[in-house]
Unconditional design. Sequence first.
Length: 364
Amino acid sequence: MESFGDTLRQTRERQGFDIDKVARDTSISREYIEALEFENTEAFPGEPYLVGFLRNYSDYLGIDAEHMIQLYRAKKIQEAPIPAGLLRDDKPKYLVPVIAGSVLLLLITGGILLYYFLVFSKADEGKTIVGTEKIVQTYTLTNVPIQKRLYEGDIVSVKLPNGEVQIIVSGTKSSLLLDTPNGNQYVQLGEEVKLDVDGLPGSDIVIFLSDVSKNDSARGAEVRMFTLEETETAQNAEVDITSVPLASQLSSEASAKQTVLFEGNRAYPFTINATFRGACLFRSMADKNEPTEDYFSSGDIQTINANNGVRVWMSNANALKMQVIGDGKTVDIEVGRPGQILVQDIKWIKDYDGKFKLVVLEVD
């Protein structure tokens, strides 16, 4: 029987691609690529992920994705255990013809059902059937706006100038949670945000969340989304290097208390996700924009996008955890003590050796 894993591996090797190149080009992790080639289905968190990655990997190699998915499903059916009743050998002899006839009828019926399943599943372009209830959709996102209701497990394939990026819908309860190559990113109800999903400088997509249930994730999330034009992406993505302070300009006390999050030869935009686990008055000011302030409670999430830096003020430092995302990297920050009033700057500085560092500084 033809193997979807062997077909993927042999085609990749024939085209001279190594796994690391495939991972970079498709934004599928090396672990999942190897799992597909070795048909290790247990490595995936769920069937929607397996089928979505199998479809995208097949498209990348120029293989018929629907045929690969059919091979996977045929393998799944073939490996399903035979019902215990069919393995018993203590039946009276007069039941043998009846059992044989029943098995033959079952095989014929199963063959017919399998035929129609394969035929009609090929017609369902972009859909993966999970069990009998849930349909996972795969959408292609371009600069033409689309409005869709997304459900957990759905995949959004984003067409960008540097290649294609896969976004997985991970949560649709009270807010929209997206699993991207640049980390987990949140969109709040009624919010229109620009997101960097590939980790390269600049925002890539615009997404507006118009409807989501506070308690029922099965209702999904209604969104309007599109990709930014390449020129607009570049314009919105730049750090003002002339405004980046030198490390020598910091006080000795501030330098001693600083926490380095990222460092390298360049500065780039970053995103902060503040997740609240208790009551807190929270204020933030990104770059030179107007400050925003609100009262948050347990379960709330606030997303802040910045180029050069952000100043945050909180009335209860232990009531939140902050996650900083930039250039494909993610760092979690535990902020402070219960009841502590805290002011922090999270910003780029230029160190003595010429490298840029994104640091956390406490402000008196």
